[in-house]
Design a protein around this ligand. Sequence first.
Ligand code: G6P
Length: 511
Amino acid sequence: MEAREVQGLLDSKLARLEELCRRVLDSRRLIVASNRGPIEFVRRADGSLQPRRGSGGLVTALLSAARFVPITWVAAAMDENDREAAQANDGVIELADMNMRLRLVVVPERTYRRYYYVFANPLLWFVQHYMWNAPWSPIIGRAVHQAWDSGYVPVNRAFARAIAEEASRQGGSPFVIVHDYHLYLVPAEVKALLPEATVLHFTHIPWPAPRYWGLLPRHMRQSIHASLCAADIVGMQTRYDARNFLYACENILPDAIVDHQHFTITYEGHTTYVAHYPVSVDVQGLSELAESAEVERYRRRLAPFLADCTVVRVDRAEPSKNIVRSLRAWEEFLWRYPDFQRRAVLLQFLVPSRTELDVYRNYVDEVFQLTDEINDRFGDEEWQPVRIFYEHNYPQAIAALSLYDVLFVSPIIDGMNLVAKEGPLVNRRNGVLVLSEMAGAHEQLKEAAISICPTDMEGMVQALYQACTMPHEERRRRAEALRRLVQEEDILHWLEAQLRDLWAVAQGQRP
Ligand code: G6P
């Protein structure tokens, strides 16, 4: 797409969103709830706290909407800094420059830890990414039951209370959009406190097949599914996840009436629409960032590491991203195709994540260890076949994404995987996307990517070879197709679809 065409597309999307926001949110407040909020507090040298905007796509999407209507965002006070900021401001921080009101939910630290570090991240995240090695784990002992009773349940209730308070403060019947696996119990609690609210719950991560949910004790899996069935709309990333949700409800809630054709569930007299809204990237913001002086500086810094075939990966340091197996595939590729030794490099950008959890720390250790092995085996003083950049440095990652010949995205399973969309948008070399069939993004991008099965190392080796040797014209054709797909279905498209559906449901119509 020409630059003018891209701008035209964006302008028309913004105009539609503006019209929609003004019409739909004129008399209703939009309340958004997520565990991680739009800002974090960092401490200045003088000891005071300074708010800093988070970088995720969710923040950007909602900021686009906040240009037209005010938004209330309910988020958890995640650490000491957040707690202190909340205390100093009665839990409410007006972000006037963003047209946003942030309400922080503060719970005792112990409660929060049980909710986040025992239940949501190790347990739910693992269930939903099929990450259990089931003959050995998980062992759902007393600590996990306690984390449910005295962590997950009370934190979800605290969120619902905060939402209800915000709604009653502002009057009218709000639209409430609740995000992700941290907050599955919020829809039922909100509906009990605020029956007039229209509630959408959006899950960013995969929805596993119903029998896998059987690894979670019955009262937990039932509460989760029953609560989601209290929402008016349940949003998933892909049609596949939406289907799994229907099957899971059928399996887990014996009284649910599931309509597979129309994607609805009727449970306890209430009908829920199940839809899929593939999350995406902020095309304008990201394109501007990729052209910024800061990213240009990183491009220059990365230049000495580039090779004839530069393969890039950008991953949160997370076992579901399949980093270890993919490094093995890279090792095998170098061994099998020795021509590429000294001519190809893998640049692995690794973002530290959930480092308090042993599994995550051990995983990072394994990644470094294997990298050393590969570099010892094939590298020398002048050439290292793998380089790791272990830091949270978004501009640097964007610079790398603009430079790849091959983007290697191989999660075992992933809700969407935004790297697969960011890369094609900012890449300057008509780079090739090697993409796991198990990433949500595959549903949209498969036509122009090289698909891989994430456990099939042999398949990965062949895909890397095909990508590194692809003729120029085919690279260009595929890269253009990918870019267009991302430009068309961007984050504004994602938000607009949800607001439209909420509006339809609030009018008593089928979305
Ligand atoms: C995934 C989840 C998000 C989460 C993010 C980072 O993308 O879907 O809800 O915020 O990981 O995880 P963290 O625990 O650092 O917020």
